[in-house]
Write a protein that binds this ligand. Structure first.
Ligand code: NDP
Length: 341
């Protein structure tokens, strides 16, 4: 077996020696409840950066931290090669919390479900019917409780979570105005033309606040779905309406240790802004319902599956490099790695 090990847990940015490929690892014989799997696809998630953070406080983490010498944890789709589980048999395709390896032994508890395929989309359980889409669902319905009369702003709008959040707010709820924030004119054009947002602001153009005010057309924002944190969040503190709400889904702009200016935080007080962080794991009891709803909206054409994913072929040694594209904004929609020899 071959695996990518966390060689040096990062403090800030990923370094050339952060990860190490270990070849020829011995696999233990299967114990009861375990399965032997071959990874086919990896989900690329910004959250993995948090899991591998050096010296993180396990007592404050929502999942067990990955420590030095551990295989880097990753979600993915795998095929079962051998099984001592009563739940999964040889040949099953499973989705779960696995790791950056080609072949490995995992406990059946690591599996979250069977892989669901949509026509021409073997990886739908990593994208439109997967964790990221349930996250968007949680943020829009459970946390922000978006309604028709709301003006909604969503950052990371061209990404996996953001692209779903835009479509849920616009096409499922029919919110008054749905405004995306994304990096670059091409992504913004896609958010408007393909996803159907009313406007999308290129935060890299350097006029975020002026462009935002123009897109808001004199309103303030009722609901802000935050995927990026940092300077964009600081700008939003000044543009969320009195008694409005911010749902904090992610803060990718600071995952690699960048320092951000959050000096407008006092607006939270003066404008009685509500802020709620959330983690998709809390959706477990509602997961099946969320996936059923998402599937229905896909069928009704309210959520698009074309261009929802970007699948990149990579050998195991290149898996960390593909993942880092998330932090350079090189993906549109859900970034998935297909493991090739
Ligand atoms: P995306 O598909 O959105 O990919 C990441 C995107 O982040 C990039 O494409 C890039 O888009 C943007 N980005 C990167 N660096 C910066 C930066 N410095 N400032 C602003 N934007 C940046 O990833 P996901 O959809 O998987 O995740 C989106 C967010 O949701 C993340 O913060 C993630 O941690 C969070 N998340 C939270 C979950 C939860 O349970 N709370 C579950 C899943 C995800 P651009 O080109 O526009 O800059």
């Amino acid at each position: 077996s071959n695996a990518i090990i966390l060689a040096n847990p990062p403090v800030t940015t990923i370094q050339p020696d952060t990860f190490k490929l270990e070849s020829g690892r011995e696999l233990a014989a299967l114990a009861d409840g375990e399965i032997l799997i071959r990874m086919e696809y990896f989900s690329n998630d910004p959250a993995q950066r948090g899991w591998i953070q050096a010296n993180s406080d396990a007592a404050r983490a929502y999942v067990k931290p990955v420590r030095q010498g551990d295989i880097v944890r990753a979600m993915g789709i795998a095929v079962v090669l051998d099984s001592k589980s009563t739940k999964w048999k040889t040949g099953d395709k499973v989705v779960g919390m696995f790791g950056w390896f080609d072949v490995g032994v995992v406990n059946e508890a690591a599996v979250t479900s069977a892989a669901i395929e949509l026509p021409g989309m073997p990886t739908a359980t990593l994208s439109v019917l997967g964790m990221v889409s349930v996250t968007a669902y949680q943020g829009i319905f459970e946390i922000l409780k978006v309604e028709k009369e709301h003006v909604v702003v969503i950052s990371g709008a061209a990404g996996a979570v953001g692209s779903l959040a835009i479509q849920l707010a616009k096409h499922v709820i029919g919110a008054k105005r749905v405004i995306g924030i994304a990096g670059g004119p091409e992504k913004c054009a896609w958010v408007v033309n393909h996803l159907g947002a009313d406007a999308c602001i290129d935060y890299k153009a350097g006029n975020l606040e002026a462009d935002l005010k123009e897109a808001l057309k004199g309103d303030f924002c009722d609901r802000y779905f935050d995927n990026v944190g940092g300077d964009v969040l600081n700008t939003m503190f000044r543009n969320v309406t009195r008694h409005g709400k911010i749902g904090v889904c992610g803060a990718i702009s600071v995952y690699n240790g960048a320092k951000a200016d959050l000096s407008s935080f006092t607006q939270v007080i003066s404008n009685r802004i509500q802020i709620e962080g959330f983690i998709v794991l809390d959706m477990v009891p509602k997961w099946a319902q969320a996936v059923q709803d998402l599937a229905k909206w896909i069928q009704e054409g309210k959520i698009k599956t074309d261009e929802a994913e970007q699948v990149v072929d990579a050998q195991l040694k290149d898996v960390p490099e593909v993942w880092q594209r998330l932090f350079r904004g090189e993906n549109r929609g859900k970034l998935i790695t297909k493991l090739v020899e």
